[in-house]
Design a protein around this ligand. Structure first.
Ligand SMILES: O=c1ccn([C@H]2C[C@H](O)[C@@H](CO)O2)c(=O)[nH]1
Ligand SMILES: [Zn+2]
Length: 136
């Protein structure tokens, strides 16, 4: 991902954040993914009165891509109003691994222009995969 591509993905995550539905936490998150084919998908966090049913921005973006038939993601950006780049929750880290590689870039961003580049593998070392279900 070059600088222009990263800036575009972070800007898309920021735009998606506008549609966050957060009457309970008031913590708005946006996410954007770009696929191997160059298609872009976004998501925002959507809360529920039954709090546990809340869905994070990252998973909404990834599931939007997957629902459109995408099976591999090239990069992910996440943004929130945080002091440093927002830290994805454990569930989203695991879901990222399903359609990405250990070295797939993840850009953790905030509204002050911070963009911390990390990877799916760094975010969740030892993540559970298909191969972990193999047995004889
Ligand atoms: O990486 C994260 C962390 C939290 N949230 C959402 C879930 C909930 O709506 C709010 C507070 O946890 O932030 C996300 O969307 N992504
Ligand atoms: Zn999450």
């Amino acid at each position: 991902m070059n600088k222009t591509e990263i800036e575009r993905l972070v800007a898309e995550a920021k735009d998606a954040r506008i549609n966050a539905y957060t009457p309970y936490s008031h913590f708005n998150v946006g996410a954007a993914v770009v696929t191997d084919g160059g298609q872009h998908y976004t998501g925002a966090n959507i809360e529920n009165a039954s709090f546990g049913l809340t869905m994070c921005a990252e998973r909404n973006a990834i599931f939007a891509a997957a629902s459109a038939g995408v099976r591999h993601i090239r990069a992910i950006a996440v943004i929130a109003d945080t002091p440093n780049g927002v830290s994805p929750c454990g569930a989203c880290r695991q879901v990222m691994t399903e359609f990405a590689d250990a070295d797939t870039p993840v850009y953790l961003s905030n509204l002050h222009g911070e963009v911390d580049a990390t990877t799916v593998g760094e975010l969740l070392p030892g993540y559970f995969t298909k191969g972990d279900m193999d047995h004889d």
